[in-house]
Design a protein around this ligand. Structure first.
Ligand code: ADP
Length: 329
């Protein structure tokens, strides 16, 4: 019966249909209709109801629904303004344009799919439609440009916590910007900034999470290194809930970052999650390649690598491959 009610609602998607009409066409009571509607809501279908007009299906189970996010979100400014798209080239590109035009801090850009999602250093981020979170957050922090890597650290922590809260699994952070589960990449973070010397105009933090993607649906190029929350947990994860938790966690950390003790705690926490620490790493810098052991993450977010001659190098950026992760040797 529930399936038949769902079919009627779907046939009338985005339109009201009265409880009376549903009950008479299926030969059941209106109370029974109401019970089935409640069960569909539990499953994640977004159904509006009005005592006069009846029921209206506004989103299928599993969709990203900005109204849902707004309703559930208890943040002060993160996610108060949501720009939601079906398909875009890159949410970071849209976010940068919005930021340059003066949109309010905490604005988020979310898309169901990206055709040119980006990673660091011009690399590609694969963003299949309706199965991940492809989102950018616009920030205007009062920090120095060289402190921007700290934003990536905050976003990484907010993401691992949200994954723990909603999917119930413990993820790790591969310095500086990837979240890993079972040694595979489940999320990538791309922080971009517009700055002048000594002043940040805005920062865009792009977060891409593989949520409900079957392992077999990953393209050949990333199959060996990518995973998703659904393939690790064996169930579909509510993307709205994950977005809500991530934004709430991120805002909390963001508001505390001026406090020195809080900042210290966050850095320590980051280190606790960092799967790069203690491992052999190979760092491809512009002019040289360094090999050694990752021994620390400094307060400014730099990775400290000790080479075999005992010298410690501080790595700001550059490609770091970690032995034993994603099948690197
Ligand atoms: P890294 O931090 O490993 O240097 P980037 O943050 O630059 O990587 O992300 C881009 C890389 O991530 C791509 O080159 C590709 O190998 C991999 N990748 C692309 N899309 C995905 C995805 N959806 N899931 C996991 N890995 C991906």
């Amino acid at each position: 019966m529930k399936a038949r009610i769902l079919k009627i609602l779907k046939d009338n998607m985005h339109k009201y249909i009265s409880g009376e009409q549903i009950s008479s066409s299926l030969g059941i009571s209106r109370t029974s209709v109401w019970k089935h509607i409640s069960a569909l809501r539990e499953e994640g279908y977004v159904i509006e109801s009005s005592s006069k007009k009846g029921y209206k299906l506004i989103a299928l189970s599993g969709s990203i629904v900005p109204e849902e996010i707004r309703m559930r979100l208890s943040s002060q400014f993160f996610g108060k303004n949501i720009l939601y798209y079906d398909t875009v080239a890159s949410t970071n590109t849209i976010a940068k344009k919005e930021a340059a035009e003066g949109c309010e801090e905490g604005t988020i850009v979310i898309a169901e799919g990206q055709t040119s999602g980006r990673g660091r250093l011009g690399r590609k981020w694969v963003s299949p439609p309706r199965s991940g979170i492809w989102m950018s957050i616009i920030l205007r922090p009062d920090i120095l440009p060289e402190q921007a890597p700290f934003m990536t650290m905050l976003a990484s922590l907010a993401t691992v916590h949200a994954i723990e809260n909603v999917a119930g699994v413990h993820a790790g952070i591969k310095w500086p910007n990837d979240i890993v589960l079972e040694s595979k990449k489940v999320c990538g973070i791309l922080t971009e900034m517009s700055a002048e010397i000594g002043h940040v105009n805005y920062i865009v933090v792009g977060i891409g999470i593989n949520v409900n993607i079957n392992k077999s649906d990953f393209s050949e190029e990333i199959k060996g290194m990518a995973t998703s929350l659904s393939s690790v947990t064996g169930r579909d994860i509510d993307r709205n809930e994950l977005i809500v938790k991530l934004l709430e966690n991120f805002e909390q950390a963001y508001m505390k970052m001026r406090d020195k003790d809080a900042r210290k705690m966050m850095i320590n926490e980051y280190k606790g999650y960092c799967v790069t620490l203690g491992r052999r790493v190979k760092v491809n810098l512009k002019e040289e390649v360094i090999e050694g052991t990752a021994v620390d993450v400094a307060d400014d977010g730099q990775l400290v690598v000790r080479t075999d001659d005992g010298i410690k190098h501080r790595i700001l950026s550059g490609e770091v491959s970690v032995r034993g992760l994603y099948g690197y040797v």
